[in-house]
Design a protein around this ligand. Structure first.
Ligand code: SF4
Ligand code: SF4
Length: 397
């Protein structure tokens, strides 16, 4: 494992951070046994940065991480990053309540890296300041309850710069990967924050997994043209670690093989080590993706649950798949999974009532209502949906 200083002169963090947003699950619940195995393996192999947040896994991510570290007496062996759920703060008392809950859940009395979660504008930060956020975090820092202060960001580059300039942050966390160079903070934001002395943590390095799994044939071919042994995930991670401004990359690894594979790449890639022809491969792949992608959904699930039952990320994933793979069966598959034929609830784009709840929280600022109409138009078959309804009735599903 390689280590880089996130904040100049401070502790060295493993370049691969463990994202606790996507722990392995069984029947919709965290599989604690499997999670424990993976976390212990990761620590043994040198990962020392664990990133969680108040809402991950409905509040259970902090709890499970805290339990594992306590059980193995490993709290001192790792750095924990956690986040104030900014969007839930309504009064100054909320701030204290959330923070104390987090310490309790994590079974610790300090958090190493504490972030304002998912700020999208200076206004969002101003709102927190009105509740006395600065006074709270600085007090906690003085008391040793917080070691470093930062923010995570999903918004436009102009707003990112304003937030960076508004406070003496030590670090920030941005979405960044080879498809998002000009999206949200992007390369400009990365370089801006770095030049101002902030450490930069990277989230969504594989764009919610879309850069590693279900990779379009055209992309695969371009990669394989260069080397048959390098996976698409490896290309995406190498592209990031090649940049000296990047310190820690967070990866939500829910399969042990992913942990192992990412750790191998992490130990092999150094800043400015990619050859010119390798950069060219990535440039070609970017172009291919741009031609194929319909909706920039990362599958983060912030928009869920929809009060009317729409599986929003599922709809966009099916929609993108149709274009990534030129899949003629995409509509058939989509109606199949969204009609609840196997016993689940219906979850198709056709259920959208345009209430707007999801659009307010989507960090990618996707026009969800409009895009769902496109999904409905291009993927849905009313005849097939009707047929499935009749079938379900007969079979009493
Ligand atoms: S706008 Fe549509 S998809 Fe979004 S929350 Fe409302 S009903 Fe659900
Ligand atoms: S639509 Fe937006 S909020 Fe919902 S999963 Fe996709 S990126 Fe996340």
């Amino acid at each position: 494992m390689q280590y880089r200083e996130l904040i100049k002169g401070e502790e060295k963090l493993s370049v691969l951070g463990y994202g606790c947003m996507r722990f392995p699950q069984t029947n919709g619940k965290i599989n604690e046994e499997e999670t424990e195995k993976q976390i212990l393996y990761a620590i043994k192999e040198g990962i020392n940065y664990f990133d969680t947040a108040y809402p991950y896994h409905g509040g259970k991510s902090e709890v499970v991480l805290g339990n594992i570290l306590e059980k193995h007496n490993m709290r001192e062996d790792v750095y924990i990053a956690d986040k104030m759920p900014s969007y839930l703060v309504r009064t100054d008392k909320d701030i204290e309540k959330f923070f104390n809950t987090q310490l309790e859940r994590l079974k610790t009395n300090y958090i190493d890296y504490y972030l304002m979660h998912t700020l999208d504008s200076l206004a969002a930060w101003e709102r927190l300041k009105k509740f006395g956020m600065i006074e709270y975090i600085e007090k906690w820092k003085k008391e040793g309850k917080i070691k470093h202060i930062g923010f995570s960001f999903h918004g436009r580059i102009e707003e990112f710069k304003k937030i960076v300039d508004d406070y003496d942050w030590e670090f920030c966390q941005i979405q960044y990967n080879y498809l998002d160079e000009n999206y949200q903070a992007g390369t400009e934001g990365l370089e801006y924050a770095y030049a101002k002395g902030l450490g930069v943590i990277i989230m969504e390095p594989l764009r919610g997994g879309s850069l590693s799994s279900n990779v379009p044939d055209k992309v695969k071919k371009r990669f394989e043209n260069y080397s048959k042994d390098r996976s698409p995930a490896e290309w995406a991670l190498k592209w990031l670690w090649n940049q000296e401004e990047v310190s820690v990359i967070l990866s939500g690894m829910n399969v042990l093989d992913h942990v192992k594979e990412n750790m191998r790449v992490a130990s092999e890639t150094h800043p400015n080590s990619l050859k010119e022809e390798e950069i060219e491969v990535i440039d070609d792949v970017k172009e291919i993706y741009k031609e194929l992608m319909k909706v920039p959904c990362t599958g983060c699930n912030y928009c869920m649950p929809c009060p009317f039952g729409v599986d929003i990320p599922g709809a966009f994933s099916a929609y993108n798949d149709k274009y990534f793979f030129d899949d003629k069966m995409a509509g058939f598959k989509y109606v199949g999974f969204s009609s609840g034929i196997t016993g689940g609830k219906e979850s198709g784009a056709n259920l959208c009532k345009a209430c707007g709840k999801c659009e307010k929280v989507c960090p990618q600022h996707i026009k969800i209502i409009e895009e769902l109409k496109n999904v409905d138009k291009e993927l849905d078959s009313k005849l097939m949906r009707f047929g499935i309804k009749v079938f379900k009735k007969i079979k009493r599903i």
